[in-house]
Design a protein around this ligand. Structure first.
Ligand code: NDP
Length: 605
């Protein structure tokens, strides 16, 4: 776009937007939500609360004999991350593996999250991994939970992973054996499994959390967390039919991505639904549609990788001639990152770029709020549902039924205006002196973040000389490229870490698996048995991550609290430690590092 057009567009925006008012409003709404307790406002799910994490999909605890075995590699986690890591090992000829999975089947997120309406919200053609390898085409642009779960099982069968997996099993500790140059894993079934390599893909959002609302343990009605949906209580399945709710008053606590998806289904069946909101989500258009299988037939070999790359380029703010996915994400990120200005960016000062970004943000926020006024009939409810914060402060959501649900006479928004509920009694929920009697409370309150790696992975890792990973990370995460750390040879962490974040997480996990397994394969080819980063390289990478996170930190400090901001403790925010120049630059950095040959900073011996 020529510079004059850029400037004109910005000038028009400024006239249309009341910038001073918007800035003040965002600030005021943020103030209401600051909670001095930060992450400690949440209850760790254990002890009396552990029923919230019991597995409702198996016939009780698994009873089996302990095993003692030696394999080449252990993969921790059987979600898409673990499956991708195992698939890469398989392709590299490393077939003597053991996948350890705490659930009763593969699927990870999609094993646990079977709540009604659960759906991937990154397009399924790029989100569902290994489509070409498994010969599968999803049935919808955004596939629903059962199809996602079935695809995880399909991958498990395709690569024959079932006989090589211990389900309903958790590693409790990993210990490095220096003399033998291998890891010794112990599990909650008293297994002892030795392996040269360990790839950990335990997932960043795997431990449900509960809000520490006074009285949360006093409620005498029914309760569950969305990631353990109780269909015995509600009736139905993940596509609806919750007929047992016909005489029930339900409260859903939370209005994040999960609540947005399940609330419309509960609204349809319950006698009454109270949606308890602390901070509204941004809810944009979804536009799901069935797959055109004629189109699918025309897809050339390599289409999935090309589509993933195109999506990632656009959501990284890099201009592309074509937008293959064309959905809320590519439109949103395109606008927010000013992707259309990519070629002109160099001509703009930092101040001008910041100004244009702020305008784009306010403009998008106004669109979201205008949609609400159009869809929600009661003006007070529409007002209550309006989000007032930067679009990237919280996870954006996309849904075509959630806002409509508030037009039903049996649905009430309990807008706690940033404060959260005041109390839970034996029979209901309380806000501002009003008690709402309910039969069931559904916690759509999300998952632990900002706690230690080992707590979320529910295991301790003992490196060389018995140092624990908890001790090693006590002062913050320290890795080389997010994958490994000094003193813990052959231990690879996959997932959200000090690496390049991609909104399409399965694409990110595929790339990470390929990289890490490539390193293992190269080491094996030379007869090496150890891979470990040098401490100086780790220190340097931590410095790079820190330096490149300054822009994100500054932005997050302006945001309403949530797990992006570590509930106000920016250092605990989920994306703060990721590579600040973005995933495209990170991918290029890894490629150059590999191609340079010497793999600087890594000891392989
Ligand atoms: P979130 O952490 O996003 O949302 C938790 C919700 O609970 C928030 O609305 C939060 O309010 C609210 N809450 C917390 N404490 C209280 C309280 N004391 N009183 C009232 N409300 C409270 O969890 P989700 O399960 O919705 O989503 C987690 C993540 O999982 C998503 O961000 C997304 O990454 C992923 N996800 C992906 C999906 C997909 O791809 N299809 C679908 C669903 C989830 P507040 O905002 O004020 O903190």
């Amino acid at each position: 776009m020529p510079e004059s057009t850029v400037t004109n567009a910005a000038a028009i925006d400024e006239q249309e937007l009341d910038l001073a008012w918007l800035r003040q409003k965002y600030l005021e709404e943020r103030q209401k939500r600051i909670n001095a307790r930060g992450n400690s406002q949440y209850i760790e799910v254990k002890g009396d609360f552990s029923r919230f994490i019991d597995d409702p999909y198996v016939d009780g605890p698994l009873v089996r004999d302990a095993v003692a075995e030696t394999v080449e590699a252990i993969v921790i986690g059987g979600g898409f991350g673990g499956l991708l890591a195992a698939a890469e090992l398989h392709k590299a000829g490393i077939k003597d593996i053991r996948i350890i999975e705490k659930a009763g089947d593969f699927g990870g997120t999609w094993y646990w999250n079977r709540y009604p309406g659960a759906q991937c919200d990154i397009e399924s053609y790029i989100y569902m991994p290994l489509l070409e390898e498994t010969g599968y085409i999803p049935t919808e642009k955004y596939a629903h939970a059962a199809e996602l779960f079935a695809h995880a099982r399909r991958i498990g069968e395709h690569f024959d992973f079932y006989p090589r997996t211990h389900f309903q099993t958790q590693i409790t500790e990993l210990r490095w054996d220096e003399a033998e140059s291998h890891w010794v894993a112990r599990t909650d079934h008293d297994d002892t499994i030795k392996a040269r390599w360990v790839l950990s893909a335990s997932g960043p959002l795997n431990r449900p959390k509960l809000p520490g609302i006074p009285g949360v343990d006093r409620f005498k009605g029914h309760t569950f967390h969305t990631s353990r949906w109780d269909y015995d209580y509600t009736g139905g399945h993940s596509r609806g039919g919750l007929t047992k709710l016909a005489d029930k008053r339900i409260a859903i606590i939370g209005t994040g991505a999960t609540a947005i998806q399940c609330a419309p289904y509960v609204a349809r069946e319950a006698r009454h639904l109270y949606v308890v909101q602390r901070t509204p989500s941004t809810v944009d258009i979804r536009g799901n549609r069935p797959t055109d299988f004629e189109w699918a037939k025309t897809l050339p070999s390599g289409w999935q990788r090309a589509r993933m790359d195109n999506f990632n380029q656009l959501v990284s703010g890099i201009y592309a001639d074509v937008d293959l996915v064309q959905d809320g994400w590519t439109f949103l990120f395109g606008e927010m990152t000013l992707a259309h200005l990519a070629e002109d960016r160099a001509k703009l000062s930092a101040e001008e770029l910041a100004r244009l970004t702020e305008l784009a943000d306010f403009r998008k926020g106004n669109q979201i709020r205008a949609r609400l006024d159009k869809v929600v009939k009661d003006p007070a409810t529409a007002d209550g549902l309006k989000p007032w914060y930067g679009m990237m402060c919280k996870r954006p959501t996309f849904n075509d039924d959630y806002l409509e649900a508030f037009n039903r006479p049996n649905v009430t928004l309990v807008d706690t205006k940033g404060r959260g509920l005041d109390a839970i009694t034996e029979t209901g929920i309380v806000f501002d002196g009003v008690e709402y009697p309910v039969d069931c409370i559904i916690f759509a309150t999300g998952f632990e973040t900002g706690t230690s790696y080992t707590r979320r992975a529910a295991m301790e890792v003992y490196g060389r000389n018995g140092e624990t990973l908890s001790q090693h990370f006590a002062g913050g995460l320290r890795t080389l490229h997010g994958f490994f750390t000094d003193n813990f040879p052959n231990f690879f962490m996959l997932g959200l870490s000090q690496n390049g974040f991609k909104p399409n997480v399965t694409d990110m996990l595929a790339e990470q698996s390929e990289h890490v397994v490539g390193l293992i394969a190269a080491a094996r080819a030379t007869g090496a048995t150890r891979i470990e980063p040098q401490p100086e390289a780790v220190d340097a990478w931590v410095g790079t991550i820190r330096e490149k996170s300054e822009v994100a930190r500054k932005f997050l400090a302006t945001c309403t609290p949530g797990y992006f901001t570590g509930e106000g403790e920016i250092d605990k925010g989920v994306f703060v430690d990721t590579y600040g120049d973005g995933s495209v630059a990170f991918t290029a950095l890894l490629r150059e590092w590999r191609e340079a040959g010497e793999r600087s900073g890594l000891k392989v011996w």
